[in-house]
Design a protein around this ligand. Structure first.
Ligand code: URA
Ligand code: CA
Length: 442
């Protein structure tokens, strides 16, 4: 027999919880038998006393099995999922999906919608006229088997324990606990049917983890959970101290993905996509040699195969693939405004959250519901940290459907960019890779 106050007491004193105690709490909470106030107290005890790898793995598994488990066994091959902890203008998935599929990796992507200042991949794809992201199970699996990739919204019954615990953490100031974040993310990946997992753990002003050390701790813990759960996991620690690539906004990120697949993308975004896609090839066992994997991916971009794969994915999900050749078929904002540098100098810093929020707010509210985002709006940035600007040179462009919001967002962009007279080093994108064998700094 378990008694909730005893379990809370145990964690309060920093003792280790057993697998059975953890399962009792998770199952009892999801079943409505344990009230919020007891779970809140336990979460706070976990926040202060932590959990070791074994406890965190047990929590992850109890959460993962609290609802439906996705079964991808009817998709041939090893299924590798890539997950990002969230960032600004993260166009990676839009590029990665077709790129990896174009060289023979099977990609069954379940994706969420945007949260707060980060747009979700689904929101971006829905800016393509006709594109459908709500696929039935059979339709989804058939598409992955025939085309090699498909993307769908997350099933409603996936990890109910996480939905409940996350909502409770949100109102009890217990979100930023590394074991709680790790179990939240990994439970969803495990329930989501992946055989192997690639994690993009971002750090910086635009990310959940504000510094490198915490990101490294989180990544290391998740790799360990993956190993204990029998799902090989590789984590990358990557920069989110400025937006990724140049586009921030749903439609323009589709354009940015198309440009990247045409070989004209920003090198930060491209390098990240090549690293993740080549790692996917290794994990899925479609290629043994990392350098060869990268060569094959580059060849796929050069030959147009990767772009064609995105067209196939779009067409198979009801969208018009011509948008990738003729961007005027995509939603277009009525107004544009370039924002110009006040003086000669260098970009010292970019407040990614401020830009991400501005990009969302230009589009919010136009279609009555505050949370519906106008897909056409956004912000292109022309300059990244360390790049030189001359007085009067545009460093960003605002796209809006409303003149007031246009000038407001231009002010936000001016405030988000900090310039200096002195040269400033460019930021590297990939900082470290964590595998079961340890950390390698890159
Ligand atoms: N992302 C998640 O899915 N869960 C967390 O707790 C934090 C980030
Ligand atoms: Ca981007």
């Amino acid at each position: 027999m378990f008694f909730v106050p005893e379990i809370i007491e145990k964690k309060k004193r920093g003792l280790k919880l057993s697998k059975e105690e953890i399962e009792f709490i998770v199952n009892g909470y999801v079943a409505g038998k344990i009230p919020d106030y007891q779970v809140s107290a336990l979460l706070m005890a976990i926040y202060f006393k932590g959990m070791d790898e074994e406890e965190t793995t047990n929590l992850t598994m109890a959460m993962a099995y609290s609802g439906e488990i996705v079964d991808f066994s009817s998709i041939e091959g090893i299924k590798v999922d890539k997950h990002s902890t969230g960032g600004i203008a993260d166009t990676t998935t839009l590029v990665l999906l077709p790129l990896a599929a174009s060289v023979g990796v099977k990609v069954a992507k379940m994706s969420g919608r945007g949260l707060g200042h980060t747009g979700g991949t689904i929101d971006k794809l829905e800016s393509i006229p006709g594109f459908r992201c709500e696929l039935g199970d059979k339709e989804f699996i058939d598409a992955v088997n025939t085309i090699g990739a498909a993307i769908t919204g997350q099933s409603k019954n996936l990890v109910p324990a996480d939905k409940m615990l996350y909502a409770l953490r949100d109102v009890t100031a217990t979100v930023d606990s590394i074991p709680l974040i790790a179990s939240s993310i990994m439970s969803k990946k495990i329930a989501g049917g992946a055989d192997k997992i690639i994690l993009d753990v971002k750090f910086g002003n635009g990310a959940f983890m504000k510094n490198y050390e915490d990101a490294l701790k989180l990544g290391t813990l998740m790799v360990k959970i993956g190993q204990l759960a029998g799902r090989e996991t590789v984590a990358y620690i990557t920069d989110m101290d400025q937006p990724l690539g140049l586009a921030i906004g749903n439609t323009i990120e589709v354009i940015e993905a198309a440009e990247t697949l045409k070989g004209r993308g920003h090198k930060d975004l491209l390098s990240l996509c090549l690293e993740f896609a080549s790692e996917m090839m290794i994990l899925a066992q479609v290629e043994k040699d990392k350098n060869k994997a990268v060569e094959r991916l580059e060849a796929s971009i050069d030959s147009g195969k990767a772009l064609d794969k995105l067209k196939e994915i779009i067409a198979s999900q009801g969208g018009n693939p011509e948008v990738l050749e003729d961007y005027s078929l995509l939603p277009k904002a009525k107004y544009e405004l370039e924002v110009k540098a006040p003086a000669d100098g260098f970009v010292k810093q970019i407040d990614a959250v401020r830009l991400g929020l501005a990009s969302m707010k230009i589009g919010a509210g136009r279609q009555k519901k505050e949370d519906i985002i106008d897909p056409a709006v956004g912000i292109w940035i022309y300059k990244k940290v360390g790049e030189e600007v001359t007085k009067g040179e545009p460093f960003a462009k605002i796209l809006a459907n409303d003149k007031e919001k246009l000038t407001w967002a231009a002010d936000e962009a001016r405030a988000a960019f900090e310039f200096s007279r002195e040269p400033k080093e460019k930021r590297k994108v990939i900082w470290a890779k964590i595998t079961k064998n340890g950390v390698s700094e890159l």
